[in-house]
Each structure stands twice: as structure tokens, then as C-alpha cells.
Design a binder for this molecule. Structure first.
Ligand code: GLU
Length: 484
């Protein structure tokens, strides 16, 4: 453990904002947050925005908003500030320059002047010869005079890492175990680009050191960069933080989770009406579980914080199962506080063209249909009976039931009873129906099915007495009268 900060755990989420938040990024952010909270440490947000070509307007604001919505909090970052800022890499260029100069002075980095055409030729030749494509380290041999001359001529250059040859880099990943790699196959990575901006590798190492990061928790796709980073840490005489590379997230068919925004943008999941409690619970289980014998599947953020440890993060890929997400969201929706759920659901009612000023009515409707919702976006489909005018003409089966002689009797009698009431409520509706049963001698399916179809257009759905109340006396009479 990096002990230069009195043993306090410091972790960071270091996204390069691309415009939307990928499910994988959310998982990294969540694991860092849970780990920091569990350890009583600090969670830091650092924006890795040194790739000027990938800048997207509003991306950082969006990222911060999404994190906030999901309850992932930062102790330091662009919003909170902190002692180790600035927290945008694009505002830290002087640091990278300084340490790049130090690497040059120590002989651990060097100037390289190849044009992109020369590099292309090099790559092509290597491919042709069936060799690994990598920089062939040719500028290592430039003499000091040659370098000075090139600089004087104003030739564009990059600074490359001088990877020590014939060594083995070995490190212990807290999740993946010991990893070894021969330095001869490590590229002399560019550290500083010709535009003066650092690459990810240099900036990442410098910042993790300066920000006193004790644990690096990030996606497995970064593990191959670690040897280069270790070479930089060693060259600068810095302690290497603990590393934990969390497993890839996979589709059900075990392929790598899509990068396409439509399938993996957290914003879209929120928009579709997946609750934040579901998302944090579900995402936490992508690669982590509380351990053998733990039956519990539903965890609040507080419970996750209590339980989360890196030892319980698995090393094999984690499958993203949308059916499980839907099941879990449905469970959360069914058990959610009715007032809070109503508040969250209002926009979806509004979208369905339902007047939302009467929130008590919306709450009642929601109490009827919530069991059927995998996500709040399913609301319009499940409340279509409220606006229904006709049975779909192509559903002959239902129409046959509605047109049968016994159904007509039921409708006629029920209408008679209901017309005598001032207002419909579940109780007087039930009384009316049992009177119809007595009068007609019809019961069970013959009694209930036609009423349900007449009122909702469908053979199954929420409890009828509640539906009747929501539809109201006039609408119920109107719907029944069409059939006798
Ligand atoms: N900027 C990298 C990313 O976008 C950060 C990787 C790391 O955490 O070191 O994921």
C-alpha cells in the first residue's frame, strides 16, 4: 500500500468523457465509490481530457449529472475542488511537461522525429515479415548532437519512453493475481505528443502519483498498459499504487458488451425508467457478489458499501443479462414507496397523454399496474384501457365472448345496478357484481371474463374493482352498454 498519506485510501474514477456514460464506466465509478466508502477513504473524479480530437461539448457536465443521479459522490473533483487539483488533465499540462523533462534528463525517455509516413512504412514492413508491429526504437540511437540539430531545425517530435530491455516486469493485481511480462515486447510508448499534449500513459501515472492515489480500480482493458506505467513509476522513483482490474462486461452470448450507445448508455436506461436503486444494485453485481452462502440479492447503496470488498470481485467476465435487470427493476417498482414512485412516474403518464394534475388518481392507477412494469416506460402500454374506445376489430375471440347471450345478460344487469349508484368504488362495484351473480345464476369465468374484456379490452390485467373505480361510473356504463 502506498503509505505517503497516513494510510488513507484514495481512489479515482478517471473517465475520458465521450458524450454518454457507458455501463462499464458506471461499474468502474461504482466500485471505486463503494471501495472508498467502505474503507473510509476518498473518492476522486479526474477528467482525462487530453485527447483533443475526442472532445465532446457538454460531456463532462452530463457525466457529473449521471453520477449525481445514481448517488455516486466524489470528495474531490471538478465540482468539489480539492488540494490536488486541477482535476481536468487539460489544465495540468505543466506537470506532464515537468516530469517528461525529468524522464529525459534521467535517460528514461528520448526524442523521436519520425514522420507518420515513416512510421507507416515501418509498420507495413513488420507486417510483411510477420513480426509484432511496434516502434523499432530507432531514435534511441540518435546522438545528443543529432537531437539538438533536429530541434534547432524545428522538426516535429514526440517523446518516447525508453523501455529497459531484457527485464521482466512483474506485478500483483488484487483481482487477477501475479502478472509478468518481458520488457522486450513492450513498445517505447509515446509519452508526449507533437502537439505538446501527454498521452494517457504519462498523464495517468503523473496524476495518480501527484493525487496520492493508493488503489487503481478500473476495467480489465487497461491491464496491458500497466507494465508501461510501472516502468514510468520506477524511472521517477515513485511507489506503484495497488492495482485492481475488474473483469470485462459481456453480452449473454459472452461477446464483449457493445460500444453502441443505444445498448449501453446509462442515460438511456434512466430514461427508460430503470430506477437508480435497481441500476446500482444490478451494476454492483457485474463482477462482484457478497460471497458464498449469501442469499440476499437486493442491496441498498448503504448495504453495498458495507459489504463491498475487492476480494469478492471475480476475475472472469461478467454477463450483462437484460432479463435479470428487468426482473430486478420490476421488484423494485413493486416495492417502491407509492408517493415516490408516483413522482417518478408522472412524466411517463404525461407522455401517454394522461392528465397528471390529479396525483392521487395517478397513484391509484400506478398501484394497479406497477406489478406489470419492468420499467416505467412500460406505463403507456399498461394503462391503455383508460383511454380505450373499442375492442380491436381483429380480436374475434374476445368479440365472440362479448356478443354471447350470457354476456349480454351480465352487462345489462350490471349496468342496471351501477346506474343506481352515485359513484363507483371497489366495494359497491363488488356488491353490484355479486348481485348480478345472484340474479343471473352466472358465475366464475362466465361472469368475470366478459366484464373484464368489456372494461379493459383484454382477458387479464389488474383487479377489476380497482379498474372500475378508476374508470368511473359513466365510463363503465358507456363501455358496458355497447354490448347489449
Ligand atoms: N481515461 C481512462 C478511461 O477513459 C482511464 C483509465 C484508468 O482508469 O486508468 O477509462
Amino acid at each position: 500500500m502506498n503509505n505517503n498519506n497516513n494510510g488513507e485510501v484514495r481512489v479515482r474514477f478517471a473517465p475520458s468523457p465521450t458524450g454518454f456514460v457507458h455501463i462499464g464506466s458506471l461499474r468502474t465509478a461504482l466500485f471505486n465509490y463503494l471501495f472508498a466508502k467502505h474503507s473510509g477513504g476518498k473518492n476522486i473524479l479526474r477528467i482525462e481530457d487530453t485527447d483533443q480530437t475526442r472532445k465532446v461539448e457538454g460531456a463532462v457536465e452530463n457525466l457529473i449529472r449521471v453520477m449525481g443521479k445514481l448517488g455516486i459522490e466524489f470528495d474531490e473533483g471538478p465540482v468539489q475542488g480539492g488540494d490536488f487539483g486541477p482535476y481536468y488533465q487539460s489544465q495540468r499540462l505543466d506537470f506532464y511537461k515537468k516530469y517528461c523533462d525529468e524522464l529525459l534528463a534521467k535517460g528514461s525517455a528520448y526524442y523521436a522525429f519520425e514522420t507518420s509516413h515513416e512510421l507507416d512504412e515501418m509498420r507495413k514492413l513488420q507486417q510483411l515479415e510477420g513480426r509484432q508491429t511496434m516502434y523499432d526504437r530507432r531514435a534511441r540511437d540518435l546522438s545528443e548532437d543529432e537531437v539538438q540539430e533536429n530541434l534547432k531545425k524545428g522538426l516535429p517530435y514526440v517523446i518516447r519512453l525508453k523501455v529497459p530491455l531484457n527485464e521482466e516486469i512483474r506485478f500483483n493485481d488484487l483481482i487477477k493475481g501475479t502478472i509478468r511480462i518481458e520488457t522486450n515486447i513492450i513498445d517505447d510508448q509515446i509519452l508526449l505528443k507533437s502537439d505538446g499534449f501527454p498521452t494517457y500513459h504519462l498523464a495517468n501515472v503523473v496524476d495518480d502519483h501527484l493525487m496520492k492515489i493508493t488503489h487503481i480500480i478500473r476495467g480489465e482493458e487497461w491491464v496491458t498498459s500497466v507494465p508501461k506505467h510501472i516502468i514510468i513509476y520506477n524511472a521517477l522513483g515513485w511507489e506503484v499504487p495497488e492495482m485492481a482490474h475488474v473483469p470485462l462486461i459481456l453480452n449473454s452470448d459472452k461477446s464483449k458488451l457493445s460500444k453502441r450507445q443505444g445498448d449501453v448508455a446509462v442515460e438511456d436506461f434512466l430514461q427508460k425508467g430503470y430506477l437508480k436503486e435497481t441500476l446500482t444494485n444490478f451494476i454492483a453485481f457485474l463482477g462482484w457478489n457478497p460471497g458464498e452462502g449469501e442469499e440476499q440479492e437486493f442491496f441498498s447503496m448503504e448495504e453495498l458499501i458495507k459489504k463491498f470488498t475487492l476480494e469478492k470481485v471475480q476475475s472472469s467476465g461478467a454477463v450483462f443479462n437484460v432479463d435479470k435487470l428487468n426482473w430486478m427493476n420490476n421488484e423494485y417498482i413493486k416495492n417502491y414507496d407509492p408517493d415516490k414512485l408516483t413522482e417518478l412516474a408522472l412524466p411517463y403518464f404525461s407522455k401517454a397523454g394522461i392528465e397528471i394534475s390529479n396525483t392521487e388518481r395517478i397513484k391509484k392507477i400506478l398501484s394497479l399496474v406497477r406489478v406489470y412494469l419492468n420499467k416505467l416506460e412500460d406505463i403507456p402500454d399498461n394503462i391503455s384501457f383508460l383511454e380505450r374506445k373499442e375492442i380491436e376489430p381483429d380480436n374475434d375471440n374476445l368479440k365472440e365472448i362479448l356478443n354471447s347471450e350470457s354476456s349480454k345478460k351480465v352487462f345489462e344487469k350490471l349496468s342496471e345496478k351501477i346506474s343506481l349508484l352515485d359513484e363507483l368504488n371497489p366495494e359497491n362495484y363488488k356488491t353490484a357484481v355479486s348481485e348480478v351473480q345472484k340474479d343471473t345464476g352466472l358465475k366464475g369465468k362466465e361472469l368475470f371474463k366478459p366484464i373484464r374484456i368489456a372494461l379493459t379490452g383484454s382477458e387479464n390485467g389488474p383487479e377489476l374493482p380497482l379498474i372500475a373505480e378508476i374508470l368511473g361510473k359513466d365510463k363503465v356504463l358507456d363501455l358496458l352498454k355497447r354490448w347489449f
